[in-house]
Ligand binder design. Structure first.
Ligand code: SF4
Length: 252
């Protein structure tokens, strides 16, 4: 069954500290009046313009195998190909913070206000990731209530365009999930509009389910190696009790 949810605005507004980190700075760099004003203005705009929504649908491993296969463009082997079969349950998902934010970011750059534009862009990316983290907690807490997950269950998101899942996988994902219902559409080149959106699959299971060695052919080109911190974080925290968000794949 496919479900849509309105994500509470309070869940998607990052702290000033997180926003400074997202901009590549350190907390002491937020001390100046000008920077503090910029951060405050960007967070005010985020609160005023964000329309955070999510959609998700549970699928079984066989269904997901067909969706993952897509047009046959994925790397083989790839981490997700191993992981989803080991998971206890799988859900397709998409989240967005809405079109008005992306429009406002573009307008700020067009109007020659790159500082606020870049800060709002970073705030919107953080907000999108926090919306994804909200969905993680929601899906996990419902699974625990239903008895299909327990205290050791963890959830991790994987997105087309990363770690061997070809970006063209968006087409099969969209066909199965229908994120158009929450205002996300796919372009010819498989980018999402609004840009501040994340889509993919949530895999639930014990932390060990998500473990793998990052020695795939394509890993040598990877700048972030973010899988390492994602896997480490799973072992140290319960997403239901953590509102700091997952170090997500898909920061836009
Ligand atoms: S090293 Fe990079 S490309 Fe390889 S699995 Fe990890 S995040 Fe993905």
């Amino acid at each position: 069954m496919t479900r849509t949810v309105d994500v509470p605005l309070s869940e998607i507004v990052p702290t000033e500290e997180a926003l400074v980190r997202a901009l590549g700075g350190t907390p002491d760099q937020a001390a100046g009046d000008r920077v503090r004003r910029l951060l405050g203005d960007a967070l005010d705009e985020l609160r005023a313009l964000a329309e955070p929504r999510g959609i998700f649908a549970e699928v079984d491993a066989r269904e997901f195998a067909g969706i993952y296969e897509g047009a046959g463009d994925n790397e083989d082997p790839s981490p997700l190909l191993e992981i989803f079969a080991r998971g206890d349950s799988i859900a397709l998902f998409a989240v967005t913070v809405g079109a008005p934010l992306s429009d406002r970011i573009a307008a700020l750059f067009d109007a020659g206000e790159p500082a606020l534009g870049a800060t709002l862009d970073a705030a919107a990316s953080e907000g999108t990731e926090l919306a994804g983290a909200h969905l993680d907690r929601l899906v996990l807490s419902e699974a625990r209530e239903e008895g299909t997950a327990n205290a050791a269950t963890r959830v991790l998101r994987y997105s087309p365009g990363y770690c061997g899942w070809n970006i063209t996988g968006q087409r099969a994902l969209f066909a199965a999930l229908g994120p158009e219902e929450i205002g996300i559409r796919l372009t010819e080149s498989c980018l999402m509009e609004p840009l501040k959106s994340i889509s993919g699959v949530m895999v639930m299971g014990p932390a060990e389910v998500h473990e793998f060695e990052s020695d795939y052919r394509f890993c040598s080109d990877c700048r972030t190696k973010i899988c390492r911190s994602r896997i480490r974080a799973l072992k140290t925290r319960d997403p239901e009790g953590d509102d700091d968000g997952d170090p997500g794949h898909d920061r836009r």
